[in-house]
Design a protein around this ligand. Structure first.
Ligand code: ADP
Ligand code: MG
Length: 256
């Protein structure tokens, strides 16, 4: 922990009392919980360049979204890039991930309700005003993803392979209207409080893109559970992905 940027942290949130490594860690970063004199915060640190870029994007997204209330995310408190790492400082938000909440749920009814609240929040995201992210168009989201996938493949940073990438390039799904998307919409990246999914975390991939990617990632945990899938679409009513769309976007995720 002695590599943590103490000065940066205290400049932004004042006197720090305690820093602990969170029990639950993600895949792209190291996450610390900071107890300070005036509140509780999260420090998310990333080392490899691709994850540093993602973290910087997360910082930009949080800054913009903190100006509105439609899409609930943690509050941004600071971002810094040192020689070896990048660090994002944000508010600590209460609750557990949906993955944990589902594992702890004591009945199928509770699980179904959690899933419905997840998809209701996702519906809210996909119908949010797209000007919220203030993105100037940099080309089509899917083309950008395929380009990134190729870069990840070249760098040896992915589970995907060349055949799969060629397939994804040759079999693009028909176009649908872009929306604000989360970009890594798994049950690990939303928080639950009072039995409600109420907040998005890990928003580094949030952009203007293809909502089917979010749906595919969101339903991947309960694709073979009809009850849970129905609960999902009860909360998410704007589009139902078919099997080939699921396969396409699920395969795309293998690269990231
Ligand atoms: N703002 C936050 N408040 C509370 N817990 C958080 C917050 N951000 C992240 N976490 C916790 O840290 C874990 C990893 O964070 P995440 O942003 O998903 O990192 P990664 O990009 O590495 O997946 C999450 O699953 C969650 O348990
Ligand atoms: Mg995560």
């Amino acid at each position: 922990m002695d590599t943590l940027p103490k000065q940066f942290i205290e400049n932004h949130i004042g006197t720090v009392m305690d820093i602990v490594l969170l029990e639950q860690q993600g895949c792209t970063s190291t996450v610390y919980k900071i107890s300070a004199l005036h509140g509780t915060y999260i420090l998310k640190s990333a080392e490899p360049e691709i994850f540093r870029e993602l973290l910087e994007n997360e910082a930009e997204v949080l800054k913009k979204l903190n100006e509105q209330t439609d899409i609930p995310v943690p509050r941004f408190h600071g971002f810094t890039r040192t020689d070896s790492k990048s660090h994002l400082l944000m508010s600590y938000e209460e609750g557990v991930t949906l993955t944990e909440a589902l594992a702890e749920a004591d009945s199928q009814g509770v699980k179904n309700d959690l899933i419905e609240s997840f998809s209701t929040l996702l519906h809210r995201l996909h119908t949010a005003d797209t000007s919220i992210l203030k993105i100037s168009s940099r080309g089509k989201w899917l083309d950008i993803q395929l380009k990134k996938a190729a870069e990840y493949l070249q760098a040896g940073n992915t589970d995907g392979n060349q055949d799969l990438l060629d397939d994804l390039r040759n079999k693009k799904p028909h176009d649908i209207k872009s929306t604000v998307i989360h970009g890594d919409c798994t049950t690990d990246n939303v928080l639950v409080k009072n039995n409600q999914v109420y907040l998005f975390i890990d928003a580094g991939g949030m952009t203007y893109g293809d909502p089917r990617y979010d749906i595919a990632l969101a339903v991947s945990e309960f694709l073979n559970h009809q009850d849970e899938l129905s609960s999902f679409y009860r909360g998410y009513q704007r589009y139902k992905i078919d099997a080939s769309e699921f396969k396409y976007f699920d395969s795309l995720y293998e690269f990231f």
